[in-house]
Design a protein around this ligand. Structure first.
Ligand code: GLN
Length: 309
C-alpha cells in the first residue's frame, strides 16, 4: 500500500462529507423504534477499511449508532459455518422485491423467507443460531468485538426494549413462520435475540473494520479466518442482490457494491478484493435505506472509479 493511496482515500472521504454537508438532514429518521426517533438527523460519517488494516474516515465516523439490520450480516456470518445445508433448506437466496418487514410472500411461500437479509429470513437465521450456540446474544457480541477490535461494543438496551414494546409486526412474523414449522425455538426467544442483535451500537469505523473480511476472501485484517473464500463469495452475492431490500437493483446500478443497510441509517458495503466502507446518515428514503448514505457511496464509487462493475 503506497502512501499516495492513503492520501487518496482520506481526501476522497473528506471531499464526500464536505460536498454533502448542505444536504444533511434529508429523509426521515425511523420512528417506529422509539429511541431511534431521537437521533440527530444531521449526522454524516464515513469510514473505509483496507485488508491491510488501514482505516480512513471523515465526518461523524467515530460516533456509535444503532446498526439495526446490518446485524443480519453478522448473524448470517455466525450461522453459515454452523449449519449452511440446513439453513438453505429454510431460507431462500432470492431478492424479495418487497419491504424489509413484509409478510405477504410468507403466506404463498409456506413460511420460507426469500433471503436471510429481510426480517423474516433473519428470524430463521437467529433460530439456527439459538439451536447451535449456548448464548446467541453473547456470540454475536463476541463476533463484532473481535472483528472490529473494540471490546466495549454493547447492546443498547433502550433500543432493544423499545423494539420489544412496539415490534408487533416482527412478532406476527415470527409466529406466522412458526405456524409453517420453520422456527424450532419459541418465537419469544427468537425475537428477544433478534431485537438485541439489531440494537448493537457501533460506529462507521468499527463496522468498516468488522466487514473487511468480506473484502479479503474471508480473512480479517489480522489474517484470522472468519469464513471460507467460497462463503465470502456467497455472502457478498447475497448483499448485492438482497442487502438493500427492494432498492437492491437501484443500489447495484448506482453504487455497484455489495451492501447491507439498516434503519438506523447505516450502510456497510464491500468491494471484494479491495475494501469495506461504512456510511451513516440517519434520514431514510422510502425503501428504508439511508438517503444520504446511498448518495455518499455513489460519489465514492464514481470518484474512485472502483466498483464491482
Ligand atoms: N429492527 C428492525 C426491524 O426489525 C430492523 C429493520 C432494518 O434495519 N431494516 O424492523
Amino acid at each position: 500500500m503506497s502512501v499516495s493511496e492513503s492520501v487518496h482515500w482520506a481526501g476522497l472521504l473528506q471531499g464526500i462529507v464536505d460536498d454533502l454537508a448542505h444536504e444533511r438532514g434529508q429523509g426521515h429518521v425511523a420512528t417506529y423504534i422509539p429511541p431511534l426517533a431521537n437521533v440527530d438527523p444531521n449526522k454524516l460519517g464515513i469510514a473505509l477499511a483496507l485488508p491491510s488494516g488501514q482505516v480512513f474516515f471523515a465526518g461523524d465516523a467515530a460516533e456509535r449508532f444503532s446498526i439495526q439490520s446490518i446485524s443480519k450480516l453478522f448473524t448470517l456470518t455466525l450461522a453459515l459455518p454452523l449449519d449452511s445445508e440446513g439453513l438453505w433448506k429454510r431460507v431462500g437466496r432470492e431478492p424479495s422485491g418487497s419491504r424489509f418487514n413484509s409478510l405477504v410472500q410468507l403466506e404463498s411461500e409456506r413460511g420460507i423467507p426469500r433471503n436471510p437479509f429481510i426480517n423474516a429470513g433473519a428470524l430463521v437465521v437467529t433460530d439456527v443460531i439459538l439451536d447451535h450456540l449456548d448464548d446467541a446474544k453473547l456470540s454475536v457480541l463476541d463476533l463484532v468485538r473481535r472483528l472490529s477490535g473494540s471490546n466495549d461494543i454493547a447492546y443498547d438496551l433502550a433500543v432493544a426494549q423499545g423494539e420489544q414494546a412496539t415490534g408487533d409486526r416482527n412478532k406476527a412474523m415470527a409466529w406466522f413462520i412458526r405456524s409453517f414449522g420453520n422456527l424450532r425455538n419459541s418465537p419469544d426467544a427468537v425475537l428477544d435475540a433478534y431485537f438485541h442483535h439489531c440494537a448493537l451500537s457501533m460506529s462507521c469505523i468499527e463496522l468498516a473494520k468488522a466487514g473487511v473480511f468480506l473484502a479479503n476472501g474471508g480473512l480479517d485484517a489480522q489474517g484470522r479466518r472468519v469464513m471460507s473464500l467460497q462463503q465470502s463469495k456467497y455472502v457478498n452475492a447475497l448483499m448485492l442482490t438482497c442487502g438493500t431490500y427492494d432498492a437492491a437493483g437501484e443500489f447495484a446500478y448506482r453504487v455497484g457494491l455489495a451492501a447491507k443497510s439498516g434503519v438506523g441509517g447505516g450502510i456497510l458495503a464491500v468491494l471484494p478484493g479491495r475494501f469495506s466502507v461504512c456510511v451513516w446518515s440517519p434520514g431514510l428514503g422510502p425503501t428504508g435505506n439511508s438517503l444520504l448514505g446511498m448518495k455518499a457511496l455513489t460519489l465514492l464509487t464514481e470518484r474512485s472509479g472502483s466498483s464491482m462493475f
